[in-house]
Design a protein around this ligand. Structure first.
Ligand code: ZN
Ligand code: ZN
Length: 378
Protein backbone atom coordinates (compact mmCIF):
# COMPACT_ATOMS: atom_id res chain seq x y z
CA UNK A 1 0.00 0.00 0.00
CA UNK A 2 1.23 3.47 -0.92
CA UNK A 3 0.74 4.85 2.57
CA UNK A 4 2.99 2.17 4.09
CA UNK A 5 5.57 2.81 1.34
CA UNK A 6 5.61 6.55 2.10
CA UNK A 7 5.83 5.97 5.84
CA UNK A 8 8.68 3.48 5.30
CA UNK A 9 10.55 5.77 2.91
CA UNK A 10 10.30 8.84 5.10
CA UNK A 11 10.15 7.17 8.49
CA UNK A 12 13.27 5.97 10.17
CA UNK A 13 14.20 4.76 13.62
CA UNK A 14 15.53 8.12 14.64
CA UNK A 15 13.50 10.23 17.09
CA UNK A 16 10.92 12.64 15.70
CA UNK A 17 10.92 15.30 18.44
CA UNK A 18 11.81 18.97 18.04
CA UNK A 19 15.45 19.50 17.06
CA UNK A 20 15.85 16.10 15.35
CA UNK A 21 15.30 17.43 11.83
CA UNK A 22 12.06 15.49 11.48
CA UNK A 23 9.73 18.49 11.73
CA UNK A 24 11.86 20.58 9.37
CA UNK A 25 11.82 17.64 6.94
CA UNK A 26 8.03 17.30 7.09
CA UNK A 27 7.57 21.06 6.62
CA UNK A 28 10.04 21.09 3.73
CA UNK A 29 8.22 18.25 1.92
CA UNK A 30 4.82 19.87 2.59
CA UNK A 31 5.85 23.35 1.40
CA UNK A 32 7.74 21.91 -1.60
CA UNK A 33 4.75 19.90 -2.82
CA UNK A 34 2.38 22.86 -2.33
CA UNK A 35 4.73 25.22 -4.20
CA UNK A 36 5.16 22.78 -7.07
CA UNK A 37 1.38 22.30 -7.35
CA UNK A 38 0.83 26.07 -7.30
CA UNK A 39 3.35 26.70 -10.09
CA UNK A 40 1.66 23.98 -12.17
CA UNK A 41 -1.62 25.88 -11.57
CA UNK A 42 0.03 29.07 -12.92
CA UNK A 43 1.02 27.17 -16.08
CA UNK A 44 -2.45 25.67 -16.67
CA UNK A 45 -4.84 28.13 -15.03
CA UNK A 46 -7.74 27.38 -17.37
CA UNK A 47 -7.67 23.68 -16.54
CA UNK A 48 -6.47 23.65 -12.94
CA UNK A 49 -8.09 26.65 -11.23
CA UNK A 50 -11.72 27.14 -10.24
CA UNK A 51 -13.45 29.89 -12.26
CA UNK A 52 -15.52 30.75 -9.15
CA UNK A 53 -12.40 31.50 -7.10
CA UNK A 54 -10.20 33.18 -9.74
CA UNK A 55 -11.73 36.66 -9.41
CA UNK A 56 -10.99 36.72 -5.67
CA UNK A 57 -7.27 35.93 -5.87
CA UNK A 58 -5.01 38.91 -5.07
CA UNK A 59 -2.31 37.73 -7.49
CA UNK A 60 0.47 39.78 -5.84
CA UNK A 61 -0.22 38.08 -2.51
CA UNK A 62 -0.54 34.65 -4.15
CA UNK A 63 2.82 35.03 -5.89
CA UNK A 64 4.44 36.13 -2.62
CA UNK A 65 2.91 33.07 -0.96
CA UNK A 66 4.30 30.73 -3.64
CA UNK A 67 7.74 32.36 -3.34
CA UNK A 68 7.63 31.98 0.45
CA UNK A 69 6.70 28.30 0.10
CA UNK A 70 9.69 27.71 -2.20
CA UNK A 71 12.06 29.51 0.16
CA UNK A 72 10.52 27.71 3.16
CA UNK A 73 10.93 24.31 1.49
CA UNK A 74 14.62 24.99 0.77
CA UNK A 75 15.44 26.46 4.21
CA UNK A 76 13.66 23.67 6.13
CA UNK A 77 15.11 21.09 3.71
CA UNK A 78 18.66 22.26 4.39
CA UNK A 79 18.01 22.34 8.16
CA UNK A 80 16.62 18.81 8.05
CA UNK A 81 19.52 17.54 5.95
CA UNK A 82 21.98 18.96 8.48
CA UNK A 83 20.15 17.71 11.57
CA UNK A 84 19.12 14.26 10.37
CA UNK A 85 21.03 11.19 9.31
CA UNK A 86 18.33 10.07 6.87
CA UNK A 87 17.89 12.91 4.38
CA UNK A 88 14.88 11.64 2.42
CA UNK A 89 12.26 14.09 3.77
CA UNK A 90 14.38 17.22 3.38
CA UNK A 91 15.61 16.14 -0.06
CA UNK A 92 12.05 15.57 -1.26
CA UNK A 93 11.03 19.06 -0.18
CA UNK A 94 14.08 20.65 -1.83
CA UNK A 95 13.56 18.66 -5.05
CA UNK A 96 9.97 19.87 -5.36
CA UNK A 97 11.07 23.44 -4.57
CA UNK A 98 13.83 23.28 -7.21
CA UNK A 99 11.42 21.79 -9.75
CA UNK A 100 8.95 24.59 -9.00
CA UNK A 101 11.72 27.17 -9.51
CA UNK A 102 12.89 25.58 -12.78
CA UNK A 103 9.30 25.73 -14.02
CA UNK A 104 9.34 29.48 -13.55
CA UNK A 105 8.46 29.77 -9.87
CA UNK A 106 6.11 32.44 -8.63
CA UNK A 107 6.69 34.70 -11.64
CA UNK A 108 5.02 32.51 -14.29
CA UNK A 109 2.77 34.88 -16.20
CA UNK A 110 -0.81 34.10 -17.15
CA UNK A 111 -1.07 35.26 -20.75
CA UNK A 112 -4.25 33.61 -22.00
CA UNK A 113 -7.58 35.26 -21.21
CA UNK A 114 -9.38 32.92 -18.79
CA UNK A 115 -13.00 32.02 -19.32
CA UNK A 116 -15.64 30.09 -17.40
CA UNK A 117 -16.08 26.41 -18.07
CA UNK A 118 -15.14 23.03 -16.68
CA UNK A 119 -11.99 23.04 -14.56
CA UNK A 120 -10.29 21.04 -11.83
CA UNK A 121 -10.06 22.75 -8.45
CA UNK A 122 -6.37 22.04 -7.81
CA UNK A 123 -5.97 25.65 -6.60
CA UNK A 124 -8.75 25.12 -4.04
CA UNK A 125 -7.21 21.84 -2.85
CA UNK A 126 -3.74 23.35 -2.34
CA UNK A 127 -5.00 26.54 -0.70
CA UNK A 128 -7.46 24.83 1.65
CA UNK A 129 -4.89 22.16 2.56
CA UNK A 130 -2.40 24.88 3.53
CA UNK A 131 -5.04 26.90 5.39
CA UNK A 132 -6.48 23.98 7.35
CA UNK A 133 -3.04 22.62 8.23
CA UNK A 134 -1.95 26.06 9.47
CA UNK A 135 -5.14 26.51 11.50
CA UNK A 136 -5.47 23.04 13.09
CA UNK A 137 -2.18 21.16 13.05
CA UNK A 138 -0.33 23.39 15.54
CA UNK A 139 -3.11 22.84 18.12
CA UNK A 140 -3.10 19.08 17.50
CA UNK A 141 0.67 18.92 17.86
CA UNK A 142 0.84 21.11 20.97
CA UNK A 143 -2.25 19.95 22.90
CA UNK A 144 -3.42 16.59 21.53
CA UNK A 145 -6.18 14.51 23.11
CA UNK A 146 -4.25 11.41 22.06
CA UNK A 147 -0.53 12.30 22.14
CA UNK A 148 0.60 8.93 20.73
CA UNK A 149 -1.53 9.28 17.59
CA UNK A 150 0.75 11.58 15.59
CA UNK A 151 0.03 13.34 12.29
CA UNK A 152 0.88 10.36 10.11
CA UNK A 153 -1.48 7.98 11.84
CA UNK A 154 -2.97 4.98 10.14
CA UNK A 155 -4.97 5.86 6.98
CA UNK A 156 -3.81 9.50 6.83
CA UNK A 157 -3.19 9.15 3.11
CA UNK A 158 -6.70 7.78 2.54
CA UNK A 159 -8.07 10.93 4.16
CA UNK A 160 -5.85 13.13 1.97
CA UNK A 161 -7.46 11.35 -1.00
CA UNK A 162 -10.90 12.18 0.47
CA UNK A 163 -9.82 15.80 0.86
CA UNK A 164 -8.73 15.74 -2.80
CA UNK A 165 -12.00 14.08 -3.83
CA UNK A 166 -14.13 16.93 -2.45
CA UNK A 167 -11.85 19.75 -3.66
CA UNK A 168 -10.85 18.78 -7.22
CA UNK A 169 -14.42 18.39 -8.55
CA UNK A 170 -15.59 21.52 -6.69
CA UNK A 171 -17.70 22.63 -9.66
CA UNK A 172 -19.63 19.36 -9.79
CA UNK A 173 -20.09 18.99 -6.04
CA UNK A 174 -21.18 22.60 -5.49
CA UNK A 175 -23.62 22.30 -8.43
CA UNK A 176 -25.16 19.12 -6.99
CA UNK A 177 -25.32 20.53 -3.46
CA UNK A 178 -27.01 23.73 -4.63
CA UNK A 179 -29.39 22.06 -7.10
CA UNK A 180 -32.31 21.10 -4.79
CA UNK A 181 -32.26 24.39 -2.89
CA UNK A 182 -32.01 26.62 -5.99
CA UNK A 183 -34.79 24.69 -7.76
CA UNK A 184 -37.12 24.84 -4.77
CA UNK A 185 -36.50 28.51 -3.99
CA UNK A 186 -36.98 29.47 -7.65
CA UNK A 187 -40.50 28.03 -7.64
CA UNK A 188 -41.51 28.42 -4.00
CA UNK A 189 -39.52 31.47 -2.91
CA UNK A 190 -40.88 33.35 0.09
CA UNK A 191 -39.70 36.95 -0.20
CA UNK A 192 -41.70 37.87 2.91
CA UNK A 193 -39.70 35.47 5.07
CA UNK A 194 -36.40 36.70 3.60
CA UNK A 195 -37.36 40.31 4.29
CA UNK A 196 -38.43 39.47 7.85
CA UNK A 197 -35.15 37.74 8.76
CA UNK A 198 -33.20 40.37 6.83
CA UNK A 199 -34.53 43.11 9.12
CA UNK A 200 -32.97 41.46 12.21
CA UNK A 201 -29.51 42.43 13.51
CA UNK A 202 -26.68 40.59 11.71
CA UNK A 203 -25.61 38.56 14.75
CA UNK A 204 -29.19 37.38 15.37
CA UNK A 205 -29.50 36.32 11.72
CA UNK A 206 -26.18 34.48 11.97
CA UNK A 207 -27.25 32.65 15.15
CA UNK A 208 -30.63 31.72 13.62
CA UNK A 209 -28.86 30.44 10.49
CA UNK A 210 -26.64 28.15 12.59
CA UNK A 211 -29.70 26.97 14.52
CA UNK A 212 -31.77 26.23 11.38
CA UNK A 213 -28.80 24.47 9.76
CA UNK A 214 -28.07 22.38 12.84
CA UNK A 215 -31.72 21.32 13.23
CA UNK A 216 -31.72 20.23 9.57
CA UNK A 217 -28.36 18.55 10.10
CA UNK A 218 -29.65 16.74 13.21
CA UNK A 219 -32.67 15.41 11.34
CA UNK A 220 -30.85 14.17 8.21
CA UNK A 221 -27.87 12.87 10.19
CA UNK A 222 -30.20 10.79 12.38
CA UNK A 223 -31.89 9.50 9.23
CA UNK A 224 -28.50 8.42 7.86
CA UNK A 225 -28.02 6.40 11.05
CA UNK A 226 -31.46 4.79 11.13
CA UNK A 227 -32.24 3.99 7.46
CA UNK A 228 -30.09 0.96 6.50
CA UNK A 229 -29.62 2.07 2.88
CA UNK A 230 -28.40 5.54 3.97
CA UNK A 231 -26.23 4.07 6.72
CA UNK A 232 -24.20 2.23 4.05
CA UNK A 233 -22.96 5.64 2.87
CA UNK A 234 -22.53 7.22 6.30
CA UNK A 235 -20.65 4.14 7.60
CA UNK A 236 -17.65 5.38 5.60
CA UNK A 237 -17.47 8.54 7.76
CA UNK A 238 -17.64 6.33 10.86
CA UNK A 239 -14.91 3.95 9.70
CA UNK A 240 -12.08 6.20 11.00
CA UNK A 241 -10.20 4.45 13.80
CA UNK A 242 -8.53 7.70 14.87
CA UNK A 243 -9.81 11.26 14.61
CA UNK A 244 -8.09 14.49 13.67
CA UNK A 245 -9.05 17.48 11.51
CA UNK A 246 -8.27 15.54 8.34
CA UNK A 247 -10.38 12.51 9.35
CA UNK A 248 -13.42 14.80 9.21
CA UNK A 249 -13.16 14.91 5.42
CA UNK A 250 -13.70 11.15 5.07
CA UNK A 251 -17.24 11.09 3.77
CA UNK A 252 -18.92 9.31 0.87
CA UNK A 253 -19.83 11.73 -1.94
CA UNK A 254 -23.50 10.73 -1.71
CA UNK A 255 -23.50 11.38 2.06
CA UNK A 256 -21.78 14.72 1.56
CA UNK A 257 -24.02 15.96 -1.25
CA UNK A 258 -27.31 14.80 0.31
CA UNK A 259 -26.56 16.23 3.76
CA UNK A 260 -25.24 19.57 2.54
CA UNK A 261 -27.95 19.89 -0.10
CA UNK A 262 -30.66 19.16 2.48
CA UNK A 263 -29.30 21.72 4.96
CA UNK A 264 -29.19 24.42 2.29
CA UNK A 265 -32.91 24.13 1.51
CA UNK A 266 -34.25 25.85 4.68
CA UNK A 267 -31.23 28.16 4.66
CA UNK A 268 -31.95 29.52 1.19
CA UNK A 269 -35.62 30.08 2.01
CA UNK A 270 -34.86 32.07 5.13
CA UNK A 271 -31.49 33.79 4.83
CA UNK A 272 -29.66 36.18 2.53
CA UNK A 273 -26.67 35.19 0.42
CA UNK A 274 -24.26 37.00 2.78
CA UNK A 275 -25.53 35.14 5.86
CA UNK A 276 -25.31 31.79 4.05
CA UNK A 277 -21.71 32.48 3.02
CA UNK A 278 -20.88 33.45 6.62
CA UNK A 279 -22.49 30.19 7.79
CA UNK A 280 -20.50 28.15 5.23
CA UNK A 281 -17.25 29.62 6.55
CA UNK A 282 -18.37 28.89 10.12
CA UNK A 283 -19.47 25.31 9.44
CA UNK A 284 -16.23 24.50 7.60
CA UNK A 285 -14.12 25.74 10.51
CA UNK A 286 -16.33 24.36 13.29
CA UNK A 287 -17.13 20.93 11.81
CA UNK A 288 -13.45 20.39 10.99
CA UNK A 289 -12.48 21.46 14.49
CA UNK A 290 -14.95 19.04 16.17
CA UNK A 291 -13.03 16.16 14.58
CA UNK A 292 -9.62 17.42 15.65
CA UNK A 293 -7.28 15.65 18.04
CA UNK A 294 -7.37 18.59 20.47
CA UNK A 295 -7.89 18.20 24.22
CA UNK A 296 -8.30 21.67 25.83
CA UNK A 297 -11.81 22.88 26.46
CA UNK A 298 -13.76 25.77 27.94
CA UNK A 299 -15.93 23.95 30.46
CA UNK A 300 -18.62 26.60 30.96
CA UNK A 301 -19.13 26.84 27.18
CA UNK A 302 -19.40 23.08 26.56
CA UNK A 303 -23.17 22.85 27.25
CA UNK A 304 -23.83 25.51 24.58
CA UNK A 305 -21.32 24.88 21.82
CA UNK A 306 -19.87 21.60 20.56
CA UNK A 307 -16.22 20.96 21.39
CA UNK A 308 -14.14 18.11 19.89
CA UNK A 309 -14.81 15.73 22.82
CA UNK A 310 -18.57 15.81 22.11
CA UNK A 311 -18.28 14.82 18.45
CA UNK A 312 -15.57 12.30 19.27
CA UNK A 313 -18.19 10.42 21.33
CA UNK A 314 -20.33 10.31 18.18
CA UNK A 315 -17.49 8.42 16.50
CA UNK A 316 -16.82 5.85 19.22
CA UNK A 317 -17.55 2.15 18.79
CA UNK A 318 -18.34 1.83 22.51
CA UNK A 319 -21.93 0.61 22.90
CA UNK A 320 -23.00 3.25 25.43
CA UNK A 321 -22.56 6.09 22.88
CA UNK A 322 -23.88 4.47 19.67
CA UNK A 323 -26.45 6.70 17.93
CA UNK A 324 -25.80 9.68 20.19
CA UNK A 325 -24.66 13.28 19.60
CA UNK A 326 -26.04 13.92 16.11
CA UNK A 327 -25.82 17.73 16.25
CA UNK A 328 -22.70 19.41 14.95
CA UNK A 329 -22.93 22.90 16.49
CA UNK A 330 -25.27 22.94 19.52
CA UNK A 331 -25.16 20.04 21.99
CA UNK A 332 -28.49 21.05 23.57
CA UNK A 333 -30.28 19.97 20.39
CA UNK A 334 -29.30 16.39 21.30
CA UNK A 335 -30.50 17.04 24.86
CA UNK A 336 -33.92 18.15 23.59
CA UNK A 337 -34.29 15.02 21.42
CA UNK A 338 -32.89 12.60 24.00
CA UNK A 339 -29.73 11.58 22.15
CA UNK A 340 -27.18 13.37 24.35
CA UNK A 341 -24.15 11.47 25.67
CA UNK A 342 -21.34 13.37 27.32
CA UNK A 343 -19.64 11.71 30.32
CA UNK A 344 -17.68 14.18 32.39
CA UNK A 345 -14.04 14.64 31.32
CA UNK A 346 -13.82 11.26 29.56
CA UNK A 347 -12.67 10.64 25.99
CA UNK A 348 -13.59 7.50 24.05
CA UNK A 349 -11.22 4.54 24.14
CA UNK A 350 -12.18 3.12 20.75
CA UNK A 351 -13.28 4.61 17.43
CA UNK A 352 -14.72 3.17 14.24
CA UNK A 353 -17.08 0.29 13.59
CA UNK A 354 -17.01 -2.94 15.56
CA UNK A 355 -19.57 -4.95 13.63
CA UNK A 356 -18.93 -3.87 10.05
CA UNK A 357 -15.89 -4.39 7.88
CA UNK A 358 -15.26 -1.44 5.55
CA UNK A 359 -12.75 -1.91 2.70
CA UNK A 360 -9.54 0.10 2.98
CA UNK A 361 -9.18 1.93 -0.34
CA UNK A 362 -10.96 5.03 -1.60
CA UNK A 363 -12.52 3.36 -4.65
CA UNK A 364 -13.58 0.24 -2.76
CA UNK A 365 -15.27 2.55 -0.24
CA UNK A 366 -16.92 4.52 -3.06
CA UNK A 367 -18.60 1.34 -4.36
CA UNK A 368 -19.13 -0.24 -0.94
CA UNK A 369 -22.68 1.14 -0.37
CA UNK A 370 -23.86 -0.23 -3.72
CA UNK A 371 -22.64 -3.79 -3.13
CA UNK A 372 -25.51 -6.25 -2.66
CA UNK A 373 -25.50 -7.68 0.83
CA UNK A 374 -27.35 -7.62 4.09
CA UNK A 375 -26.29 -4.56 6.04
CA UNK A 376 -27.10 -4.32 9.73
CA UNK A 377 -28.74 -1.03 10.67
CA UNK A 378 -27.15 0.85 13.48
ZN1 ZN B 1 -22.84 9.92 12.18
ZN1 ZN C 1 -17.85 13.18 12.20
Amino acid sequence: MLERKINETFGDDEPTGFGTGWWSGVLSAFFGILAFGAVVCLHFPQLLTSPELRPYYPMGVMRLLIQSLIVGAIVFGVASAILRRKKMLGLTGMLFAIAATLLGGASVQINEPLHDGPAIGLDWFLLDMLLMTLVYSPFEVLWPAYPKQGIFRNEWLLDVVYFLSTHLPIQITSFLILLPATQLTTFLGMPGLLAATGSLPWLVQFFLAILVADLAEYFIHRLFHSVPFLWRFHAIHHSSKALDWLAGSRSHLVDDVLVRGFILIPMMFAFSHGIIVAYLVFVTLHATWTHSNFRPTIEWLEPYLIFPRFHHWHHTSQKEAIDKNFAIHFPWIDKIFGTYYFPKDAWPERYGLDDEKIPGSFWAQAFYPFARRAVPAR
